[in-house]
Design a protein around this ligand. Sequence first.
Ligand code: ARG
Length: 833
Amino acid sequence: MGTEREDNQQASAVDDGAAQQDAASIADVSVEVATVDHTLQKLYRKYRKTRRKPKGLKRLWAHLLNVPHLALIIAAVVFVVVVIVWSLLWVFIFRRESNSGAYFAGMFRLANVEFIPEYRQAESHEFVYMANKIQHVVSNVYKMSSVARLYKQTVISDLSNSDSGILVHFWMVFVVPRLKSPAVCEECVGVIFRDSVHTSLRNRTSVGYLLGLPVDIDSILINAVQRSDYTSNTAGSQCVDKMYANLPGVKVPLNIFSSWGGVSCHVKLTAVPGSLIRLTVNLFLIEPSDCVNDALTVYDALLPMRGRILHRLCEPVSGSISLVSTSNVMLLSFRMTKGNKTFRGNFEAIAAEICMSQIETQSGSGISAQIYSPFYPSLLPPQCSCTWRFETSNSALGVALQFQNYVLKPKGMKACDHGWWKVNEVIFCGSYVGHSTVFRIYDRSPEVEFRCSSRHAALPFQASCSSYNISQPCAENHFLCSTGLCVEKKRRCDGLDDCQDESDEVFCSRPTMKCGGNRPPHPLFVCNGETDCTDGRDEINCTQETTCSAIRYQCRSGSCILKKNAKCDGVHDCEDRSDEMDCACGLPPTVKKDGPERIVGGVNSVEGEWPWQASLHFSGNMYCGASVLSSDWLISAAHCFSKERLSDPRYWTAHLGMLTQGSAKHVAEIQRIVVHEYYNAYTFDYDIALLQLKKPWPTSLGPLVQPVCLPPTSHTVTDSHRCWVTGWGYRSEEDKVLPSVLQKAEVSILSQSDCKKRYGPVSPRMLCAGVPSGERDACRGDSGGPLSCQSSDRGRWFLIGIVSWGAGCGRPNLPGVYTRVNKFTSWIYNHIS
Ligand code: ARG
């Protein structure tokens, strides 16, 4: 438009110019005769002058259309379009997204407020009235707080009867601009509520009055939750059920089926006030998937609060298990995907146990009584306590408690994770182990106090009590182990871990090979596959049936033979021939081994040399090693999976048949990770885990992917064995780059006493291997990978160790520490077969 006006102005300027010219010509030529022809000519001139104007435009166009200008225009247009699109996106998508909801579930107790049965119905006037009142008070707290602008709403979900008051469960929603989300952190939200109750505390009690509402400050708990928790639990959700146990001791059946379509259901259980709830699971049919697809989470509250998880069931249950709450409410949160899934069980109100007893132990060595953890055989709740007072018949006798799978150790700096014990004023911590122990108290009338201290429900325990002679704890000819057990003196230094902590096998001189005389050779040398006596007497009658022990090979029939390494050695040793069954393992294809020596300590492997070696990647990054056990199971170290995200199988992949990182023949997804139940993250004891693949690896990978052989419990490594550690871990302590080619290093196995000399506390489940200079060792990144040993040149390879820990890497006299695999043979078979 602007251009048009300019043109007009231009045109009129031209007209004016013409007029002036005409005037001038009149002035110059005094007489001028106006003729038609003249007029026409004038008009034509005028017309031509005005016609010159489009010629100017044309020029303008031409000017504009030349290349640099065109580029400028296009840039401007693009700029305008981008600005418009960006503004639209901002308004409709980002602005909306940048305000996200922050959801919380909370609970607190209203003290001294009478509970009426109508509160159980969320539709009743009474509930609505009370809920409005509470909601008003909670809203008030947050509307007056620093997060007032973000606060959206509080929804009271349940009012239940708790001892002399009402237990309130509520949801809270904040609308938070993305950048401000830290302002509504879980802790901040809790502190705001607690602070306002705190300022209103009265009369040195724990009860504060918020607008007249008596809130018990000690009962406040607020947890951040997922949006899906909120939506699946609140109004509109199809699957929230409430059930009551109104009579103590009466079992209320609980049966849930999901034949197809899958369910996500919440069942809220409430029992009579003052009681606790015992949930019994008789049958739970689901697909084991590490809680990813199917799971039952049991909460010690009525809302899914993380801080209140009692127990999670992620594997099928066929025997019965039970667990107990810490109050009269419990929430069962089921997640069951498509397929036939079933839950069968019941719940009941039980009385809070007063666990206190007086036990008199009879003189004599027999067992006089049993003590049980509270609610035995139910799992232990996070809170409980018990006191036992013992009395022996005379002051020379102390009290011995024999546990099946539990041990008491003096408390250190750390809090007790699995039970807090006070024995005559001295504090001990309990932990679970895979063997029995005896705890001796040098006192005739000790008081023993126990308190639950696990974060979730824990395994129950049981102990038999007896009295023992304080001056001579073990019988004649017996030796006292550090585990408290007594073993026959002749078993000391016999190469067998009779004490369960090897305390009978320390300070032993190296067993010497005495082949002469009438005494039989040392049990370690008997039938170990090597001729130690010149006359060969240590290797005769090895397949003769004999009594069983950990150093004898057990055939499938149950009978035992002396031969230690009978499994898959190519000779039929067992009568039932079972020692040569399932032997498709540990035989790599013949490969030419000419890898160039490249790094200190290790050398490159060759393709197909270690077909059981796997590389475990977490979120796409190399993280640990593993070994192939079968077509769908791998074995690795527990410490690779010990933190929260690391235990989620969805983040992991296993790279199989690989020599160079990135060139795997097969990448497998992980279905399930089974970490040993006694794994101890502080001591690295029981550092073992199994990984189940989603799908078996293709058999066509044959020679390049193959299982390693699992050693039987009796398996022993002798001097003729060759052991190699393999992995893609760092090549030295200071290394910053990981090797891309699989490294291998030959190491030798140290005796357990040498291992203890280097490191001190090494458990029987650990094994040391290395070279004295330290030059050859595993390092960070090798964890979980194999220590494979071969008995002879053409023999099969067995998985003897799993890379676990070490002091630095490759330091002189500090060997690598491995998980001793033959201690876990039955644990492994129990899971994979
Ligand atoms: N824990 C280490 C890992 O996560 C393995 C350490 C082995 N150290 C040694 N010196 N052998 O990879």
